[in-house]
Design a protein around this ligand. Structure first.
Ligand SMILES: Nc1ncnc2c1ncn2[C@@H]1O[C@H](COP(=O)(O)OP(=O)(O)OP(=O)(O)O)[C@@H](O)[C@H]1O
Ligand SMILES: [Mg+2]
Length: 338
């Protein structure tokens, strides 16, 4: 079996996963500096700017949850995946949705198994007669609400004290959950614990690395934000977007990549219902390569707008020569820069 040490070292040449005598990952596997963290993320093709790297670094060092809010498709979810790979830790993902509750996020009792246990106890009682009835009932009640009958969902799995290696817990798109759900999170985020009325308090031995994301379709309550370090993930500047493209779409020609980035950057200045994220830029580059495009031209842009823009109103806005006009602007800016 591959040891955690090997996984950590293989995934990232710079990672130094250290396991102590109790097989616990110590904090020594964490990066020692912001520069080191940036390099380690880059080694896994995640291009982080200084501010994001600092926020991640502090979250790791201070053992505080990291709350990432920002534009869609700008790497909020990806950073949690990358941290999990970089540190050789399991990624536990809680995808939020409308109607998500404690049962879906933290735990629920396994009613089916509990019922079965009750039936078995009844059958045993009938066979044994009434003697010792009270004691049996108390023992059964205690048994029914023991961890044997508990179904652990993401939040509880992440703080399981039996874990030797704390995971990365991703609470993704919190703005999709209903507001009352946020109250469930407060105990997890500040104490890394969950109180189960029938069982007691379950607390992580070592806190998980927690990343929360939101697309800001609604404001997240202050009480959640206060327990986290906050960072706004903006669209990247042209240099960083080009770097992302080169890493994520190997084989893309330098000239085409530069044109793609310049065009997308210019497109984001247009008033659109939904601006394209880095994810769309990557997808567009892949699409253009499939079409053997070597440079951008108005026709190929027009034909592939659906890769970049996902609303008909936005696509309609780019028709009637608008895309060609933006491309001309981008070309003349490139000529001026030479
Ligand atoms: N900084 C980055 N470095 C490298 N790749 C990136 C970066 N940001 C985004 N990407 C790429 O874009 C893709 C989309 O990123 P991700 O899913 O993390 O965005 P998101 O911010 O979570 O979007 P959404 O809000 O829609 O969920 C990733 O799979 C990755 O390929
Ligand atoms: Mg996401």
């Amino acid at each position: 079996m591959t040891s955690l040490r090997e996984v950590g070292l293989r995934r990232n040449g710079l990672a130094a996963v250290v396991i102590n005598e109790n097989d616990c990952v110590t904090t020594l596997d964490l990066p020692a500096s912001i520069d080191e963290l940036q390099q380690r993320l880059l080694a896994l093709d995640y291009v982080a700017d200084r501010q994001l790297t600092t926020a991640v670094f502090l979250a790791l060092k201070l053992q505080r949850p990291l709350f990432l809010e920002g534009e869609p498709g700008t790497g909020k979810t990806e950073i949690a995946r990358t941290l999990s790979a970089m540190l050789g830790r399991e990624l536990i993902r809680l995808q939020c949705y409308e109607g998500l509750d404690l049962a879906g996020a933290a735990y629920e009792w396994n009613y089916g198994r509990q019922m079965l246990e009750i039936r078995l106890a009844e059958a045993a009682r009938e066979a044994a007669g009434a003697a010792g009835e009270h004691a049996r009932r108390d023992a059964l009640a205690a048994e029914l609400f023991s961890s044997k009958f508990l179904i652990k969902r993401a939040l509880l799995q992440a703080i399981d004290p039996a874990r030797s290696v704390p995971p990365v817990l991703l609470i993704d798109e919190l703005d999709r959950a209903d507001e009352p759900f946020e109250a469930f999170l407060l105990e997890v985020l500040s104490e890394f614990q969950i109180t189960i009325p029938e069982l007691g308090t379950v607390r992580a031995v070592t806190p998980p690395i927690v990343v929360l994301t939101s697309n800001r379709t609604r404001e997240i309550h202050d009480a959640v934000k206060r327990r986290c370090l906050y960072h706004w993930v903006a669209f990247p500047d042209a240099a960083r977007e080009l770097q992302v493209l080169q890493r994520r779409v190997p084989g893309v020609a330098q000239g085409l990549a530069q044109q793609i980035v310049a065009f997308v950057q210019r497109l984001r200045q247009v008033e659109l219902y939904k601006q394209p994220g880095i994810a769309e830029t990557i997808e567009w580059a892949r699409a253009l390569m499939q079409l053997d495009a070597l440079v951008l031209d108005p026709a190929v842009i027009q034909d592939t707008l659906g890769v970049l823009l996902k609303y008909q109103d936005d696509i309609a806005r780019m028709q009637g020569g608008e895309a060609a006009r933006l491309l001309e602007e981008v070309r003349s800016a490139a000529r001026a820069a030479v």
